[in-house]
Design a protein around this ligand. Structure first.
Ligand SMILES: *Cc1c(COP(=O)(O)O)cnc(C)c1O
Length: 461
């Protein structure tokens, strides 16, 4: 079946979102060509990940300015990047330079934030299964902690009683406002594993009492979910959070809860270069659902992840071979489940665009044909796209997978002992020149045995 090409590289112009999309698409085209010309991708190095530094900065600015425009002047606000979305020290450093902190959920993520030079008072710890040692470390450092459950709160009682801390401490609540379209990413369902369920019998009264009994509880936290969750549903969760804070403060007769941590979760558009929804749209949804949030009565913490980096990362891989099987053309590439795990295992929920380029790095156009874009892993489902209509690919052509800068190549999956590829940042100067900076070196194959017990080869004899 052959159709006329829908030019995957085309873009609409006219409004600023479209202009921004055109800017990022233009930078991407320049970066792909430059990666070929500068020898970053070739027969011996057929796989590469790129981060658009200017794009990440622009998203960080869009976030901070959207909230700053709505918040009463002087209101403290910390925008903590959810490290799990892109756990790379240079990314955390770039975002810190743009005014952001870090949200961490494991000892490894805390170590990354600290390696990036983020000061403890700009870090928030949120994991649902913190050990006593992790809590002790966070409290000693002054990292903000959100307790997930009643038992954790009791553990904190003991720690706070024995060692004074500057850490702001809160409790995560599950507003039980319901699921989005992706169950695995819906954290505010009736039975979600996260936080203290607000609508369970007796829970609200218990929570208010827990705060009155613990004057050191000064924050409330929620994160209603991520991809697939509507702005209205996220805003509803924040409205529940705000109402509970007001109720606690009323019962306490003072402003005991002084900061609301509203989590992250702004969805990402994976179907085009348009950035939608925007932070400004989210702020306006919050303003209508929870007007008091911006009054200055509460400091604000946010924890955005995917919306800051997803659209600014891309995977670039060479087509190694092509074949036709059962009438279906298949391009075999080096990018698959190790870099786009969610897409491969749940393709309907996580579709990715495929942008084809020639071996020289020019956008490929022409008649399209339905093709499978396959990865290198040894199972049949390792496809980045099935029956995707693209100009017919040939060995040596390049396949670019945009929108992979969060939870994709930054969350490498070690299937088939495939090594982690290099990640380069890129910037484009006004004349179109592209400068690359190595953000993470490729994992040498020689380290794979070392990480797989090579030091203890006889352990099972
Ligand atoms: C994952 C997570 C985030 C970030 O979610 P995004 O969808 O990447 O914005 C924020 N807060 C918590 C508690 C999380 O678990």
């Amino acid at each position: 079946m052959t159709y006329m090409a829908v030019d995957a590289h085309a873009h609409a112009a006219g409004d600023s979102a479209a202009d921004a999309a055109a800017g990022s698409a233009g930078r991407r085209d320049l970066a792909v060509r430059a990666a070929v010309e500068q020898g970053l991708i070739d027969e011996d190095a057929p796989l590469l990940c790129l981060l658009d530094t200017a794009g990440i900065r622009a998203s960080a600015t869009a976030l901070t300015s959207a909230f700053a425009a709505a918040l009463a002047p002087g209101t403290p606000a910390l925008h903590a990047f959810a490290v799990k979305a892109a756990p790379l020290v240079p990314v955390l450093r770039l975002l810190a330079d743009a005014g952001l902190g870090c949200e961490v959920a494991s000892p490894g993520e805390l170590a990354l934030a600290r390696a990036a030079g983020v000061s403890p008072d700009r870090i928030v710890l949120d994991s649902p299964a913190k050990t006593a040692a992790e809590l002790r470390e966070a409290l000693a450092l002054g990292v903000a902690v959100n307790a997930d459950n009643r038992q954790e709160l009791e553990r904190l009682d003991a720690l706070v009683a024995t060692a004074p801390t500057t850490s702001p401490i809160g409790v995560r609540i599950n507003p039980q406002t319901g699921a989005g379209t992706i169950d695995a990413l819906s954290t505010a369902t009736a039975t979600s594993k996260f936080g203290i369920a607000l609508r369970d019998p007796g829970a609200r009264e218990w929570l208010v009492r827990a705060y009155l009994d613990r004057p050191w509880l000064t924050r409330l936290h929620t994160h209603s979910g991520s991809q697939g969750v509507s702005l209205a549903l996220i805003a509803e969760g924040v409205r529940e959070l705000y109402a509970l804070a007001e109720e606690i403060n009323e019962a306490a007769g003072r402003r005991q809860v002084d900061t609301l941590d509203i989590g992250g979760g702004l969805p990402v558009n994976f179907s085009s270069d348009a950035v939608t929804p925007t932070y400004a749209e989210y702020v306006s949804a919050l303003r209508s659902a929870v007007p008091g949030l911006f009054s200055g009565a509460y400091g604000l913490v946010t924890e955005f992840g995917r919306s800051l980096t997803a659209k600014h990362g891309l995977v670039l891989t060479r087509v190694e071979y092509t074949k036709t099987t059962g009438g279906r053309p298949i391009a075999l590439t080096h990018a698959g489940v190790q870099l786009a795990t969610r897409t491969v295992y749940a393709p309907a929920a996580w579709p990715l665009r495929i942008l084809p380029y020639s071996a020289k790095g020019a956008p490929l156009t022409g008649p399209v044909v339905a093709q499978d874009i396959a990865g290198p892993a040894c199972f049949a489902g390792d496809l980045l796209a099935a029956a995707r209509e693209l100009p017919l690919l040939a060995p040596g052509d390049l396949v670019c997978v945009p929108d992979t800068g969060a939870y994709a190549f930054t969350a490498h999956y070690g299937y088939n002992s495939l090594p982690r590829p290099a990640v380069h940042g890129f910037t484009v100067d006004p004349s179109g020149g592209v400068r690359f900076a190595l953000a993470r070196a490729a994992q040498p194959v020689s380290t794979i045995p070392a990480e797989a017990g090579a030091a203890t080869p006889n352990a099972l004899l």
